[in-house]
Design a protein around this ligand. Structure first.
Ligand code: IPE
Ligand code: IPE
Ligand code: MG
Length: 250
């Protein structure tokens, strides 16, 4: 069920600590083959597993993947129903393999609207893998960056009302403690497949200084080697975080 790698993992000069991926292009991949959109989602499962394996090989610590956005409820009832069931199936089919790899599974997303059975499987996977110390794989399901910030703000205002935080004293640190996966650091490499060049509400706070890499590859065609190409591109970027560096003429 797992793909054989096509080349050994390169020795990277810099490995991003946290990679986020908008796994996009399943529908186009399927339609271009005369298949239904759901077949594209099915084909994306193997891509995800291969990319997780490639991230582990590369030494990435955090990988956050966008599986279902708070805007994806706009899709047809059939596609939404398929995606809900499919998320459960993938978790059930793959959690033991991921656990063997030492992966710690986390869920980022909102409870309201999300199927209770999907939440149950996400939480079961979190529980199964909670003592692992390998890659932290966060599944963003019913996730929206704006919604995450609103949820954090609402919880902070409650803390202000109850006197736990002084009015006017909300800090970046106190807000970060309210995010869905508070232990995850800022995103270093923000990757999107399928040629679309937008964030679509993914990890807004966490990505403010991420390097953005947009690849034409459609998600079902994505492999660990594609991930490694993106890591190589990341290594060629000059990150300044608002600081300045001279580039002397020589
Ligand atoms: C990404 O692929 C998967 C989800 C959003 C769940 P799409 O379904 O968005 O595929 P395209 O963008 O229509 O090709
Ligand atoms: C973003 O992709 C969400 C996921 C990959 C889960 P979309 O396909 O939903 O985003 P838009 O609509 O093209 O911005
Ligand atoms: Mg899409």
């Amino acid at each position: 069920m797992l793909r054989d790698p096509q080349r050994p993992c390169p020795k990277f000069e810099t490995v991003p600590n946290h990679i986020s991926i908008v796994m996009d292009g399943n529908g186009r991949w399927a339609n271009s083959r005369g298949l239904t959109r759901t077949e594209g989602h099915r084909a994306g499962e193997a891509a995800l597993l291969d990319v997780v394996a490639g991230a582990i090989e590369a030494g990435v610590k955090y990988l956050t993947v966008y599986a279902f956005s708070t805007e994806n409820w706009k899709r047809s009832p059939e596609e939404v129903k398929f995606l809900m069931g499919f998320n459960k199936e993938v978790l059930r089919r793959r959690r033991d393999q991921l656990n063997e790899w030492g992966v710690k599974i986390r869920w980022a997303g909102r409870r309201p609207k999300l199927w209770a059975s999907v939440i149950a499987d996400l939480e079961a996977a979190e529980k199964l893998t909670k003592n692992n110390h390998g890659l932290v794989l966060t599944m963003a399901v019913n996730y929206g960056g704006r919604q995450e910030l609103l949820d954090a703000i609402n919880s902070l205002t409650q803390k202000v009302a109850s006197g736990k935080i002084k009015p006017g004293r909300i800090s970046a640190k106190s807000l970060e403690a309210e995010l869905y996966v508070p232990e995850a650091p800022d995103v270093d490499l923000f990757l999107r497949s399928s040629g679309e060049q937008r964030t679509s509400n993914f990890l807004l706070w966490q990505s403010s200084y991420a390097e953005l890499v947009f690849l034409e590859t459609l998600w079902p065609d994505f492999t660990r080697e594609t991930l490694w190409l993106a890591i190589e591109e990341f290594g060629r970027r000059s990150r300044r975080f608002g600081g300045a560096k001279d580039t002397p003429l020589n």
